[in-house]
Every structure is written in structure tokens, then in C-alpha cells.
Design a protein around this ligand. Sequence first.
Ligand SMILES: Cc1cc2nc3c(=O)[nH]c(=O)nc-3n(C[C@H](O)[C@H](O)[C@H](O)COP(=O)(O)OP(=O)(O)OC[C@H]3O[C@@H](n4cnc5c(N)ncnc54)[C@H](O)[C@@H]3O)c2cc1C
Length: 267
Amino acid sequence: MGYGPTPQRQPLPGQDGMARIDGGPTVLIETLARRVGDANIRTSTPVTGIFEDGPKHVSVHIGSGEIITAQKVIVSVPLRVAAATMLLPWAPTALIDAMRGTPTWMSTHAKAIALYERPFWRDAGLSGRVASRVGPLVEVHDHSGVDGTPAALFGFVGWPPEQRRNDPEGLRQAILDQLLDCFGKVAASPLELVVQDWALNLRTVTSLDLSRYADHPDVGPSLLRQAHLDGRVQFAVSEASDLSPGLIEGALAMGERAALGVLGINL
Ligand SMILES: Cc1cc2nc3c(=O)[nH]c(=O)nc-3n(C[C@H](O)[C@H](O)[C@H](O)COP(=O)(O)OP(=O)(O)OC[C@H]3O[C@@H](n4cnc5c(N)ncnc54)[C@H](O)[C@@H]3O)c2cc1C
């Protein structure tokens, strides 16, 4: 049985010309990781503190107990998460306040991805794009790879975090019902349905984000873009950017800025 009222089929504006990264955004990370090398990467062990180490160095403490000494450190952890979970004894109160005062954009949201054998909706001339005030997916897009492989639809979940947490099975069923309503019977039997909920990911969201949902971030204080501890520590987090804060473009801009900073070129 379907979930809601009969969907209307019509063109939606502003969806032409969207670009995709061949292989998905993961390719960016995999390419960078290859260049950095496995021996230089630690996974599944969070940074627990960053400390001043003599006049020229910084020591980074990680969950495994390892301490890494460096001349320069780039912090690429969401600002509120860093302020809440890391020891940063060198950081002035104004900096910690600026970090706490900067919500992580979309950190309370969730996405659902339905994987299929093929992008069957295209056979009917459908783009895969849905706009809905009924939900549970408020916005759906064709998420397929190049040439439709893998075939996928993704949507932003409109249910608030608490409802998602309390009724994950109800959410999955409601998503399948909605996809059935919009795209027909095949859509209700995906190979896989993944709900990725950032409101449950404590490396992205903090209790502060969950207590008060934020609008799209404005450009934050310049303190977030400056180097600290005599140039030894800087941030490369999207929300710190003065270009597209909160978006991927902001993260890339801050990454470039921090990399140049390490090379002694300050923007
Ligand atoms: C649901 C959702 C939808 C979005 N949609 C869009 C969109 O359509 N377009 C767009 O441009 N942007 C979108 N964004 C925003 C975009 O994803 C972010 O702007 C971007 O990922 C920020 O990159 P970042 O490198 O600053 O931080 P992140 O990508 O958040 O990376 C921070 C990393 O730090 C890690 N970390 C946390 N704590 C520690 C610790 N103590 N030690 C070590 N590592 C730690 C985290 O696990 C994470 O991997 C969306 C975000 C969400 C959540």
C-alpha cells in the first residue's frame, strides 16, 4: 500500500546541468589517502587533545594512546565537536567560544539511499527528482553513478532526529511506501536501503546542535581562519570558511588555505 496522496508528475526547475564526480566523492578521499600513504594514517582512533610542546612543536594525543609530535597541525574536525571532545589548553576563551558558537551545518539531518539493479525510473522518462511536503523524504534525487551504475535514489529525510531514533523500522517502511507511490512497485524492493543519520554520529553532531537547529551558517569570525599558537595550529573545516561556509566548497577552500598556510603562504 502507498504512503500518501497521489504524486503529481511535472518538471521541476533548476535541476539541469548537475555535475557528478566519476566514482563518487569517495574518489577524492581515496586519491588523497594514497598520496599520504597508509603508514601515515590512523583510523578509528579520535584525537583527544592537542598540546603545546616546547617553543616550536605541537603534540597530538590520539585515542590509541599514541602521541604524534609535529611542527604544524591542521584541525579538520567540526568546530563544536573539537571544542566538546578535545583538550586544547592553549586555546584562548574567545576561540573556544567561537568554536562552540558555530553550528555544524546539516549535522542534525539524515539521508536515505535506495540501491537498485538498474535505474528503472529513467525508462519511464522520470528524472528521479521528487519534492514532497508529505515525506518522509522531502527531496529525492537520482544518485546513480556514471551510466546508471550503481543505480540509486537518495533523499533527505524530513522526520526530526527524535522521531528517526524512536522508530527506525517505521521510517524505513514509510520511505519504501513513498518510493512506491512515486516510482511504482519496483521501487519498493531495493537491493539495499541505507539510512545514514548524522544526528547519531557524535563525530559530527553535538548536543548543542541537537538542542537548537541552525539555519544555514553565516561567515564566522575571522578568528577561525587565523593560525594559532604562533602559526602552529590552524583549522580546515567548512564552517570556518568565508566562502560557502557549511558546504563542500567551503571545506575545499579551507583545505587549500590551510595547506598554503603550512607552506608559509598566508591568504
Ligand atoms: C546530511 C547532509 C547533507 C549535506 N548536503 C550537502 C550538499 O548537498 N552540498 C554541500 O556542499 N554540502 C553538503 N553537506 C555539508 C558537507 O557534507 C560538509 O560541509 C563537509 O563534509 C564538511 O567537510 P569538513 O571536512 O569540514 O568536515 P567533515 O566532512 O565533517 O569531516 C570531519 C571529520 O572529522 C572526524 N572527526 C571528528 N572528531 C574527530 C576526532 N576527535 N579525531 C579525529 N577525527 C575526528 C569526523 O569523523 C569526520 O570524518 C551536507 C552535510 C550533511 C550532514
